[in-house]
Each structure stands twice: as structure tokens, then as C-alpha cells.
Design a protein around this ligand. Structure first.
Ligand code: FAD
Length: 399
């Protein structure tokens, strides 16, 4: 197996890494203490710089203004951008827009693509994905209360969603709603594009998550759809295909997330090693790094990160070469494995920093708070473990 990264990608990754180091990491102290909305003008300037360097929208289609990188190459990009919480946003490949772009590209009509896809890839607007409901289990989203009833040429949407990430400031939501209540469970729901200025689209609040409600892109909205009326031409893909399209959206999305998490691992690993090498812990000027327990954490973290990285790249290779369906088990494996590796590495890095790790003087506490969710969104650990185990055990039944 060849692990060589080709020359063009080495150059791309090198430029991105330098930009993160010089332009984004210095912004992080402000990011940690200031309202995100207040930083928008400053961040728009960084986005302009990225566009000038021709590094904008790395994974998005060329014909819509992206770089058109394939999944393997974008996996490497996602890793390097993951070093800063601002990375993906500044380079125009942030979730949930990235997933929405993918499905608008594949299923959008010409009119939808012109109105929503083009400005989304250009970074002129943002979007959100509105599936999870307050009252029903997101782990089993076929249980869904939100309805879209046909009335004349329109759909009228009613329901309560939450965790519609980045809804605040979005131009539109892609909403999952039941359009065909009599169909089989997996064919009941559809995806519908809802502009956020439609009467009846009510952003109730940005949910406070681990002490922060956030704003604009860095937020998670609760939304009440109250007789929210949109034309039927806003249906995305065939009616009843909501879950089919959602599954497609999740496959490559998990590679992007896992590689971003590995980028986070690299960042906090560097901080952990630097701190351990510098922190003096005894009068004879011994540093923390001389202690075997710390060395053990460092070695274990290095091995965990390498294992997680190779598993993810292999899953990406399988998606590219054999398709999402063939790679289903690999995708489930990386989803829980990499999320847990990241959580452990962040935790060790925080512990090595002692009291400093708890403060917002380093980026570690931000990752500790906000990346805990990785074990929950896109399917909690338990659901992925059970689905993998069931498939494995099938091969043993009747032996
Ligand atoms: C930061 C963040 C961002 C998110 N962004 C979005 C978004 O943009 N759009 C969107 O639509 N949703 C989003 N979500 C929602 C997310 O997809 C759901 O939270 C997730 O699917 C879990 O659903 P739930 O919260 O309803 O938990 P539940 O389904 O109630 O599950 C609760 C817990 O029960 C356990 N569990 C569930 N099912 C099983 C089972 N079968 N066997 C064993 N244990 C089980 C798991 O431990 C799980 O964590 C986001 C969530 C978070 C935290």
C-alpha cells in the first residue's frame, strides 16, 4: 500500500498549515473570549486571503468555484484545518454547509443550485441541517413528529427541532419532515429547503452548550416550525427519500469529522509534549517529561492517533474505491473509535497542563467542552458499536 502524498497535495497542505499557524492561531484568544458575531469582519478578511491563495472550498465542486479535491485528498486537508477551531470555517468547508453542498450538488434542481448552492460554495450565505427533534430520539430519527403537509402548490411544515447547528445567521435550512405518513418508516420523510426568513420559521434560541450559547456559525439552534409554508419546488430529491439522502450525506461527512478530530489530536498532543518538556516539577529542575507516567501517556497518545488516522484513511479509500455501502462497517468503526481517541488525548493534554488546562488561556479547554459532543452527534457510540457487532455476529450464527 502506498502512503505517498502527491506533490500538489503536499504543497496545498503546507500552505494551509502555515496559514493556520500565522493567521488563525493568533486569533484564538479573541475567539475564546469574544462573541463570534463580533469577529465576523475580521474573519471575512481571512476568508478573502484564502480565496486569493486559491485554497477556498477545497472539497467542493470545481464548476461551482471549489477546488474539487477527492475524498482522500480532502481527508488530509481536514486533518490540517482541524488544528484550529476556525480552520474549516475560514477555508469554506465547514459542517453543516459541507454536507448540504454535497446533497444540493447531487439532488438539487437547476433552480435550487443557482439560488442556494452557488452562494453557499462562494461563502456568501450559510445554511443549517434540521433533523433532530426535542421530544424524540435522534438516535432513531425515523421516529419523527415534524410534518410537511401538501396544501395547493405548497408544503406547510409544523414541528420542533433542536441542535440545528449554525441556524443563527443561516439563509436557509434543509429540514427533514414527514411527507408520506403511510409509507414504510424509512420512506416517510423528505428533505425540504426552507429559507429562514419564511414566516413560521422561528429560531427560539441558541441552546447553551457546556456554558456557551454562542452565536452565528458557532451555535446550535432550537427551531419551531409553525405553519411554515414553502413551495413544493423546494423539495430536495424525490419525495420520501429523506433518509436515503441523509445516509449518503453522512458517509463522506464522517471522514471529514474524523480527520478534523485527528487534527485536534495533533494540536493538543503538541501542546502536551511542549508543556511536559518545559514544566519544572522539582528543585533539581526535573521536568514533567522525565516522569514515566507522562511518557506513557505520550506514547499511548501517539499510538492511538496513528491508529485512528490509518483507520480513517482506509475508510476513505474504501468509500472512494468501493462505495459508501461497502464501507459501512468501516465508517461505523471510525465514528466511535476516533471520537474516543480524541477525547482521551484531549483529557491527557488537559491533565498535563494542570490548573492551566482548565483555563481558557489555552485552546485545550475549548476542545474539551465542545468536542465531547463527537461521541453523540452523527450517531452515538453505542448505536455504532451495536450495529458493527450485530453485523460481525451474523457471520457466526449457526456455526
Ligand atoms: C454539538 C451537536 C451538534 C449537532 N448538530 C446537529 C445538526 O446540525 N442537525 C441535526 O439535525 N442534529 C444535530 N445534532 C443532534 C444529534 O444528531 C443527536 O443528538 C444524536 O443523534 C442523538 O440523539 P438524541 O440527542 O436525541 O439522543 P437519544 O436518541 O435520546 O439517545 C440518548 C443516548 O441513549 C443511548 N442510546 C440511544 N439509542 C441507543 C440504542 N439503540 N442502544 C443503546 N444505547 C442507545 C446513547 O448513549 C445516546 O447518547 C447535534 C448534536 C450535538 C450534541
Amino acid at each position: 500500500m502506498d502512503f505517498t502524498v502527491h506533490e500538489k497535495m503536499q504543497a496545498v497542505i503546507g500552505m494551509m498549515a502555515e496559514f493556520i499557524e500565522k493567521e488563525l492561531i493568533p486569533l484564538e484568544p479573541e475567539f475564546l473570549t469574544k462573541d463570534f458575531k463580533a469577529m465576523l469582519p475580521e474573519l471575512a478578511e481571512k476568508r478573502r486571503m484564502v480565496k486569493q491563495m486559491e485554497l477556498w472550498a477545497p472539497n467542493h465542486p470545481k464548476e461551482f468555484g471549489g477546488m474539487g479535491l477527492d475524498l482522500m485528498d480532502h481527508a488530509l486537508v481536514s486533518e490540517v484545518l482541524g488544528r484550529s477551531p476556525l480552520g474549516h470555517y475560514i477555508f469554506g468547508c465547514q459542517a453543516p454547509d459541507a454536507g448540504n453542498i454535497e446533497i444540493l450538488h447531487k439532488y438539487g434542481t437547476e433552480k435550487q443550485q443557482k439560488k442556494y448552492l452557488k452562494p453557499l460554495v462562494d461563502g456568501d450565505i450559510r445554511s443549517c441541517f434540521s433533523m433532530t427533534e426535542v421530544e424524540l430520539p435522534g438516535s432513531n430519527p425515523v421516529m419523527m413528529d415534524t410534518t410537511a403537509a401538501k396544501d395547493g402548490n405548497d408544503y406547510v411544515i409544523n414541528g420542533q427541532k433542536w441542535y440545528s447547528s449554525s441556524a443563527d445567521g443561516s439563509a436557509f435550512a434543509i429540514v427533514m419532515a414527514v411527507t408520506n405518513p403511510e409509507a414504510a418508516p424509512h420512506l416517510r420523510a423528505s428533505m425540504i429547503i426552507v429559507p429562514t426568513d419564511t414566516p413560521g420559521f422561528n429560531l427560539v434560541r441558541n441552546i447553551s452548550v457546556m456554558g456557551h450559547a454562542g452565536s452565528d456559525y458557532f451555535s446550535h439552534g432550537e427551531i419551531l416550525y409553525q405553519s411554515c409554508r414553502v413551495p413544493q419546488e423546494n423539495l430536495l430529491g424525490p419525495e420520501g427519500f429523506g433518509f436515503v439522502i441523509a445516509q449518503e450525506r453522512l458517509g463522506p461527512g464522517r471522514i471529514h469529522h474524523c480527520m478534523r478530530w485527528i487534527g485536534i489530536c495533533h494540536r493538543v498532543f503538541d501542546l502536551m509534549c511542549a508543556r511536559a518538556s518545559q514544566r519544572i516539577i522539582s528543585p533539581d529542575r526535573k521536568t514533567l517529561s522525565t516522569q514515566q507516567i507522562i511518557q506513557s501517556w505520550i506514547a499511548e497518545s501517539a499510538a492511538d492517533i496513528q491508529a485512528a488516522r490509518l483507520m480513517t484513511l482506509h475508510a476513505a479509500w474504501k468509500i472512494e474505491n468501493l462505495g459508501v455501502k461497502e464501507a459501512r462497517e468501516d465508517i461505523a468503526l471510525i465514528k466511535f473509535f476516533v471520537a474516543n481517541v480524541m477525547q482521551n488525548v484531549i483529557d491527557r493534554a488537559l491533565q498535563v497542563h494542570g490548573g492551566l488546562g482548565m483555563t481558557d488561556d489555552t485552546i485545550i479547554s475549548f476542545f474539551y467542552r465542545h468536542e465531547r459532543a463527537a461521541r453523540i452527534y452523527d450517531g452515538p457510540d453505542e448505536v455504532h458499536k451495536m450495529s458493527v457487532a450485530r453485523r460481525i455476529l451474523k457471520g457466526y450464527s449457526g456455526r
